[in-house]
Ligand binder design. Structure first.
Ligand code: FCB
Length: 443
């Protein structure tokens, strides 16, 4: 076996990503709590205390992150805490976040702050959520408050997490609130999210000119199931255009493109200082002629039957799709930060391989001098996974929600070695996933 070390550039960001609703606990004033009350979470699970960060357990978890060699952490602010009602702001909640952010910086972790990660305050939900026309200006007002209060600790901002997932799952597939399946509504929501992002970008830059602002896009690889069928190739391309390209292209050139339709929103032009890239998996797609007349359901999608699947079959281990995602990201002409990547794996049997293989692809991109600045693993501690509740475990640390007990998984040590050495080495592979040695380090 050959010995080798894949080095990353000095100052590379290594961290984990979290979101407010998934870790804080007791967020009862937002649309996800409402959804939960309606019994829409798998197995009747409830978010409950989550990881109890609002109760103070962030302190121990941030200790874990810094002791494990991480130098950054991505977390999100809960809009419904900062603005509990349309006409009410909560300075105590802002103070709470100030303490958390101070806690990060004191531990040597650079904060990246997301301003919207799937949850909306109830008052906004009742006004129509992101379908409500004035939503962008409400979002801007909230963003201004946050940046004014927290700007001492943060200059790396992510306006909106996965606007493409928010719109697709909430307004086409119906698994996220508000559970709609309407193309027109999805398009309205996408337009307003793009406007909201642009408004937030300009507000942050005005308050903090030196800051860096972007959004996090969920990139999903779509491959034609039958390469020889033009219809499958066209379908894969069309899905990628709508799902992957829509937001970052709009933030680059200020033009919304949706199927055959396009519209200029000039204020969105040039509104990303970096591309936040979330990558989990890729899939094959084909046209399913027997499905009902709804455009969305003409698509049949499936994972490569050869691919290794995560515990619940949610994610296929497709590291080459990550390399494609990074290459795709180059077209936006801004640095790339991987804002999420990870896998659900209660037993921690697949995660070590997944992590090594994905970091290897990340390094390949870095080695081509692609402008990749950092990597955030999803996630630090098992958390509440949206409509899938607690059925999926993405943490480097295992959590027993009832007792709030944490247990370190072997992958946490692997990731710590990568972060500390700012590199991935054949020794690490030998220790944590020896089955990969031969393919990664032949000879
Ligand atoms: C992403 C979300 C994140 C988490 C992971 C598993 O789509 O941004 O909150 O749920 O999936």
């Amino acid at each position: 076996m050959a010995h080798a070390t894949f080095h990353f550039p000095e100052g590379f960001l290594w961290g984990t990503a979290t979101s407010s609703h998934q870790v804080e606990g007791n967020n009862t004033n937002n649309n996800w709590h409402y959804w939960e009350q309606e019994g829409r979470i798998d197995s009747g699970h409830t978010c409950g205390l989550a990881c109890d960060w609002w109760g103070g357990r962030w302190q121990d978890d941030f200790d874990r992150a810094s002791e494990a060699g991480q130098n950054t952490h991505r977390l999100s602010i809960e809009w419904s805490r900062i603005q509990p009602a349309l006409d009410r702001w909560d300075d105590d909640a802002l103070d709470h976040y100030r303490q958390m952010l101070r806690g990060l910086t004191e531990r040597g972790l650079t904060p990246m702050v997301t301003l919207h990660h799937f949850t909306d305050p109830l008052w906004l939900m009742f006004l129509g959520g992101w379908e409500y026309e004035p939503v962008a200006s409400h979002f801007e007002a909230y963003v201004r408050r946050v940046v004014e209060a927290l700007g001492d600790y943060v200059d790396l901002w992510c306006t909106i997490n996965e606007p493409n997932v928010y719109a697709a799952i909430g307004y086409l597939f119906g698994d996220f609130p508000p559970g709609k399946k309407k193309l027109g509504a999805a398009y309205r929501v996408m337009t307003n999210l793009a406007r909201g992002h642009a408004a937030a970008y300009h507000a942050i830059k005005e308050l903090q000119p030196h800051s860096r602002v972007g959004m996090a896009i969920n990139y999903r690889g779509f491959l034609p199931a039958h390469k020889f069928l033009p219809s499958d190739r066209i379908l894969a391309k069309a899905l990628s255009r709508i799902f992957n390209d829509f937001f970052p292209r709009t933030a680059k050139d200020g033009v919304l493109r949706f199927l055959a339709h396009s519209k200029r929103i000039p204020e969105a032009r040039g509104t990303q200082d970096f591309l936040g890239l979330n990558y989990y998996t890729r899939e094959f797609v084909t046209i399913n002629p027997f499905s009902p007349g709804n455009m969305v359901f003409f698509v049949k999608n499936f994972y490569d039957p050869e691919a290794e699947l995560s515990s619940t079959g949610f994610i296929a281990n497709e590291p080459l799709g990550f390399f494609d995602a990074l290459r795709w990201g180059l077209q936006f002409d801004v640095p790339i930060i991987v804002t999420e990547n990870g896998v659900e794996d209660h037993e921690d049997s697949m995660r070590r391989r997944y992590l090594i293989q994905h970091i290897h692809q990340l390094w390949r991109g870095v080695n081509f001098n692609w402008p990749i600045e950092g990597y955030y693993h999803w996630t630090l501690v098992d958390n509440f996974e949206w409509e899938r509740g607690w059925t999926q475990r993405f943490g480097l640390w295992e959590l027993e929600p009832e007792t709030q007990t944490r247990r370190k998984r072997p992958s946490a040590d692997l990731y710590a070695a990568i972060c500390r050495q700012n590199a991935l080495s054949s020794e690490m592979v030998a220790e944590f996933a020896p089955e990969l040695l031969e393919s990664m380090f032949p000879g």
